[in-house]
Design a binder for this molecule. Structure first.
Ligand SMILES: [Fe+2]
Ligand SMILES: [Fe+2]
Length: 153
């Protein structure tokens, strides 16, 4: 068992815990401002991050480590939609870089299962990044017309 791999899994878990609170805060802030459609999407992504945090904890426990309960960073509150998207793009881009490197280290440490876990998470983080980037582009191009399409249930 590699302590290096356990540390990487825990660093990833701390990132996931930060993403969960970030996206769930955005979910209820958006709902409160009647941007229900975008809010719902934030909730969906937040729940995917919960599954990531849980999968990482299970792997850490299997390797006889202790899953961290500490988010890597505090969630941002009260951001405008464009700023939310910029924060989320940064969060996902950093995760993608980190998980790519982690998958490489797992291969060096001959831990294929942890490597596959990082690769699985990578695919989903790429989808999240894509969604946030597209939304940010639509907002920049279409402005209030696009904002109107994000309101309601
Ligand atoms: Fe994630
Ligand atoms: Fe993500």
């Amino acid at each position: 068992m590699s302590q290096k791999v356990i540390d990487l899994l825990n660093a990833a878990r701390a990132r996931e815990l930060a993403a969960i609170s970030q996206y769930l805060i955005q979910h209820y802030e958006l709902e409160d401002k009647d941007f229900g459609k975008l809010g719902k999407k934030m909730k969906e992504i937040g729940i995917q991050e919960m599954k990531h945090a849980e999968a990482l904890a299970e792997r850490i426990l299997f390797l006889k480590g202790t899953p961290t309960l500490k988010p890597e960073a505090a969630a941002k509150k009260g951001q405008e939609i464009a700023a939310m998207l910029t924060s989320n793009i940064a969060l996902e881009s950093q995760a993608i870089k980190m998980y790519n490197e982690a998958a490489g280290t797992c291969a060096q440490e001959k831990d294929q299962i942890s490597k596959q876990l990082f690769e699985k998470l990578l695919g989903e983080e790429e989808d999240h990044l894509n969604f946030f980037e597209n939304t940010k582009e639509h907002l920049a191009e279409l402005g209030t017309v696009y904002l109107a399409s994000l309101t309601g249930e």
